[in-house]
Write a protein that binds this ligand. Structure first.
Ligand SMILES: C[S@@+](CC[C@H](N)C(=O)[O-])C[C@H]1O[C@@H](n2cnc3c(N)ncnc32)[C@H](O)[C@@H]1O
Length: 280
């Protein structure tokens, strides 16, 4: 009986913890969605010793699945990223080399739908560590109206264990959701997953959000451990990727009409390729 009571108490504590934490993320998303861009600030890409991440505990697959089961998904805009649609309709539609695409941390899979509209594409993998997210994405597959659901595969797996090659990878609200200690591993894994040895044009597209902002006192907010989701900046992503051999092809502030309204002026699109190594 005592054991049973202690289990119930423990379960309640976990629920309260997750509930209050999901409210915290929601407020953070609202604040972040209304802030300015500060793209030229330099940030450390690793955890500063004075900032103890352990208080956030990092997010593991059970935490994510719990949020999905509780329907505490404030990041879910219920629509595909307008800037990705724009890129698909302009620069990617005529690219014959894009055969396999990946959206890590795909959630409900709206961006997976978008990429499946590419003429050349054969498979688009939407990957998520949460079984509930994958079940939800699969249930929405038939409602996708933009792309081709027959080309879509939703897979429940940890990004860091995936072992396949892709011609295009789209990261949106995925890097910002990972514990800071995994950022270098994220960059290495992105390089490993990109089909750059067989396709010189293979690319990683990062839609960088949420961006670093100013504090109430007007100073730049350099506390990058206020997560998750952890705030990002262009220099931070650039350092992570350049360090493992990527080069930037293009980057710009997302024009307002191509952002979700609540995220306008708070997103940067950046496209990356693995740098060719001279054989001389
Ligand atoms: C902030 S949410 C963003 C979801 C989606 N990109 C969107 O914009 O709606 C981050 C997602 O990444 C997933 N995730 C977290 N860690 C993961 C990992 N290691 N491998 C795969 N998915 C992961 C979570 O389950 C969650 O669905």
């Amino acid at each position: 009986m005592k054991k049973l009571l202690s289990c119930v108490r423990q379960a309640n504590t976990t629920n309260i913890y997750l509930l209050s934490r999901s409210k915290f993320y929601f407020v953070k998303f609202l604040i972040m969605s209304n802030t300015e861009n500060y793209r030229n600030v330099q940030y450390s890409t690793s955890q500063s010793p004075k900032n103890d991440l352990s208080k956030y505990g990092g997010m593991n697959n059970k935490d994510w699945d719990q949020l999905w089961r509780d329907q505490s998904t404030p990041w879910d805009t219920k629509q595909a990223s307008p800037i990705l649609k724009h890129l698909v309709e302009t620069i990617y539609q005529d690219r014959a080399d894009i055969k396999h695409a990946l959206v890590p941390g795909c959630g409900n899979g709206y961006d997976v739908d978008t990429l499946s509209a590419l003429k050349s594409v054969e498979t688009v993998v939407g990957l998520d560590i949460s079984e509930t997210a994958i079940a939800s994405a699969n249930s929405k597959k038939t409602q996708f109206q933009y792309g081709n659901p027959n080309k879509v595969q939703f897979v429940c797996q940890d990004f860091f264990t995936l072992d396949k090659k892709f011609d295009i990878i789209f990261d949106y609200t995925f890097l910002c959701a990972l514990p800071i200690s995994l950022r270098e591993a994220w960059a290495h894994q992105m390089k490993k997953l990109l089909n750059y040895k067989d396709n010189a044009n293979a690319e990683l597209v990062t839609l960088i959000f949420p961006l670093v902002k100013r504090t109430n006192t007007g100073d730049l907010d350099t506390d990058i451990t206020k997560g998750p989701p952890y705030i990002l900046s262009y220099p931070l992503v650039e350092k992570l990727l350049v360090d493992v051999g990527f080069e930037n092809i293009e980057q710009y502030n997302v024009p307002t009409q191509f952002s979700h309204p609540a995220r306008a002026n708070n997103e940067i699109i950046a496209r990356w390729r693995v740098k060719k190594v001279s054989k001389l």
